[in-house]
Design a protein around this ligand. Sequence first.
Ligand code: 13P
Ligand code: SF4
Length: 365
Amino acid sequence: MSEPTFAVDYDHPDAAQTSCSTARAWAKQPREPSAAEKPALIEHIKRMLIEQNAVLVAHYYVHPDLQDLAEATGGIVSDSLDMANFGHQHPAKTVVVAGVRFMGETAKILNPEKRVLMPDLDANCSLDLGCPSDEFNAFCDAHPDHTVVVYANTSAAVKARADWMVTSSIALPIVKHLKEQGKKILWAPDRHLGNYIQQQTGAEMLMWQGACIVHDEFKTDELKALKALHPHAKVLVHPESPAAVIALADVVGSTTQIIKASQTLSNQEFIVATDNGILHKMRTLSPYKKFIEAPTAGSGANCKSCAHCPWMAMNGLLNLAQVLESGTNEIHVDAEIGKRAVLPIQRMLDFAKQIKLPTRGIGNA
Ligand code: 13P
Ligand code: SF4
């Protein structure tokens, strides 16, 4: 495996504060194939997926070409929970994850017997990078009476220490359930999602102070001004956004949940506060509706932010073809860590089934 081009010095005091501009400078973006190159490249990838008994599982934030290809080849484009579920249930021997590293690791942990490949193994996440397992273990050791709930956007080693893993689509019912059982919660790593869940459930929660560099950039005053310009628009917000932005939302939810809202609400205009990769699916499902990106680069922004995750952008058609050709970029998870990490993930999947949370499992895509 090549040396990672993005590495965080965990001893550095600002490791958890990795800025958007720093990440953008370090995350290497793949070359965009020309319009003339694309059709043959796509056919080549389709053939290789069949030959290698492989399925493509993509997130809504990756390039539209990858989202379309996943759906056209019997794979899925969805949120973190559905991606985990789908890769787990699908019979393919190889799962190719177009997303970020924690998504590939989750697929591997759930399917240790399968080969899991990613277009770029350095595609990471500021939440994962900002929660190193040694510091997290020390935090847990200091609070042994707490139930440990971690967000999916964490390393396998952090998951291995958790009682529960959650994604944004299921965090609320799981924490509500734990609160009803009288549990005190240690939450990591996203402080905004954690605060939102705490506010909604009233649960007692100790919070790790991580943040997503993309959602952290949404700006309240500029969003208010945009709402005034579009008084009929509904505001759709991912809960990794700051509390003041969430307070302006009409709908708060995971990527899948806000896409569903954009489809089912009768409004014709929407302001969307999440990675702009999601607009591809929203526009495909509702071609006559208008979708507007929530503002990021207002006064106080620490870079010319663009509401697009620099690590998600590391996935492209060319590096996808390359990993299928070469078999490189395979995800490996230490077997002992995997055995422990699977427990909180499986607990979440079982809970989702129990409460009949709508997911796009095999057969109901
Ligand atoms: P979802 O599970 O809502 O797709 O969120 C994943 C993520 O990384 C959002 O930034
Ligand atoms: Fe992580 Fe934010 Fe990128 Fe999602 S958008 S993968 S939370 S850095």
